[in-house]
Write a protein that binds this ligand. Structure first.
Ligand code: ASP
Length: 441
């Protein structure tokens, strides 16, 4: 039995929590491979090491020197070594790191040093080898993970190491230049290592006891999700349930490796299990979870007999492509088509140019833009087996007095996405949650 365990920033925040991590790893001999994040916040209002490093990068670019923010990074790592009582020359390591940051002047290199340093310390604490992700996790020029190459490099490294610590979040391109995943990407490193190790389980240790059926900042005390499928996870995490990076399922999914979310601070809690759809027992529930995000823009295009016009959608998509705008959803009717775009994608002037060019390309009868739209995704395999799910959903929204701007049901019947005005987001989320997870009182 091989388990790969990834520990997030809160679990690595100081010496005391790092001891906790070591205890968890050592309590189960199958926990052979460990992936770590950089130290995160110790308390609310504290800084994450990775944020301090992005500040450091800004300073290096402006002045050529690491500056004050890096001093905070140094102090955090010094304190960790002190708290752990490690006999480890952290001063030399920090000095070398500073010199390298000033020499390399690369944002991704600088940002990666949090994981590098915390990985070095965790390996020291556990007394097992440290694997520098720079040598094993490979990216192409465009910053995309080279999966096959990475799996094979890691697999050969693991053959020679019964146990090891891998630093999360980064790797390097074929020229050896350090590249990072997007924020929160140590989850992906963990999944990659689990795949390369042929692990039986990928344990992802964080500071909550798994996924909840809705955002606890909006809904009081939402129900925990005990199990969900990879596909449900992807939908929910993409739509804002941010326990796990939404891309971290891909490496493990192909190899059918289950993921378990665990809480470092309540290790006995069951957590959430994420399983391949084939092994997932649906049980009675209709909806697994509800998630959502604000700030989308919907471009609505209407033209009579659009359905007979060959290439209509292609012409519009070409306009979006020309402006490098990706869209999230594309609900269509016979004579209508809408494009839901993350508003952050629309830099100054882009929307105006897109609208102008759509006008020229397809001469629509009508074109309208709704901004400040929030999307709410209701996700669950159970929905396809139950009659009346959408009636229940829309009744709840109507009862809350909210006007629906857009509806999209994914072709897999795994989700229904509803667009409402940003200002109605919280109200709708609460109403929908209550419809599918009625409170006991
Ligand atoms: N330290 C990185 C971040 O804060 C990556 C991670 O923790 O997963 O985004």
């Amino acid at each position: 039995m091989i388990k790969v365990c990834k520990f997030g920033g809160t679990s690595m925040a100081d010496g005391i929590t790092m001891r906790r991590v070591a205890k968890i790893v050592e309590s189960d001999p199958s926990r052979r491979y460990v992936v770590v994040s950089a130290p995160g916040k110790r308390f609310s209002g504290d800084s994450k090491i990775t944020d301090l490093l992005y500040e450091t990068d800004r300073c290096v670019r402006e002045t050529g020197k690491c500056g004050e923010e890096f001093e905070k990074v140094r102090e955090r790592f010094r304190a960790i070594v002190r708290e752990l009582g490690l006999d480890f020359d952290v001063e030399t390591l920090l000095r070398e790191t500073k010199e390298e940051i000033e020499r390399e002047k690369s944002t991704e290199f600088t940002a990666s040093r949090g994981e590098y340093l915390s990985g070095r310390l965790m390996a020291e604490l556990l007394g097992i080898p440290f694997l520098d992700a720079r040598e094993y996790v490979k990216f192409d020029e465009g910053g995309r993970l080279l999966e096959k190459r990475t799996f094979s490099l890691l697999a050969s490294a693991l053959k020679n190491n019964e146990r090891a610590v891998l630093a999360g979040f980064y790797g390097a391109d074929e020229q050896g230049k350090v590249r990072t995943f997007s924020r929160g990407g140590s989850d992906i490193s963990g999944a990659v290592l689990a795949r390369a190790a042929g692990a039986d389980l990928y344990e992802n240790w964080t500071d909550v006891s798994g996924f909840l059926a809705c955002d606890p900042r909006v809904v009081d005390n939402p129900a925990p999700i005990r199990a969900l499928s990879y596909r449900e996870l992807r939908e929910l995490s993409y739509m804002g349930a941010n326990v796990l990076h939404s891309e971290s399922i891909f490496p493990v999914r192909e190899a059918n490796i289950p993921i378990r979310i665990k809480n470092t601070f309540r290790p006995d809690d069951e957590g959430t299990e994420i399983l391949p759809s084939s092994e997932y027992r649906f049980g009675e529930k209709i909806v697994t979870g509800i998630a959502g995000k604000k700030d989308f823009t919907v471009v609505f295009v209407e033209k009579s007999l659009m359905n007979q016009e060959i290439g209509f959608a292609r012409k519009i998509l070409t306009v979006l492509e020309r402006h490098a705008v990706s869209f999230e959803h594309m609900p269509t009717g016979i004579d209508t088509m809408s494009f839901v775009i993350d508003s952050n994608e629309l830099r100054e002037g882009v929307l105006e140019a897109v609208l102008r060019e759509i006008e020229e390309a397809v001469h629509p009868d009508q074109m309208r833009v709704f901004d400040d739209v929030a999307l709410i995704a209701v996700v669950g395999h159970g929905m396809s087996r139950n009659v009346g799910t959408s009636a229940r959903l829309f009744q709840a929204i109507a009862r809350a007095g909210v006007n629906v701007r857009m509806i999209d049901q994914g072709s897999s019947e795994l989700n229904i996405i509803v667009g409402v005005d940003n200002e109605n987001y919280e109200r709708t989320l609460r109403a929908v949650y209550e419809a599918f997870f009625p409170s006991e009182t």
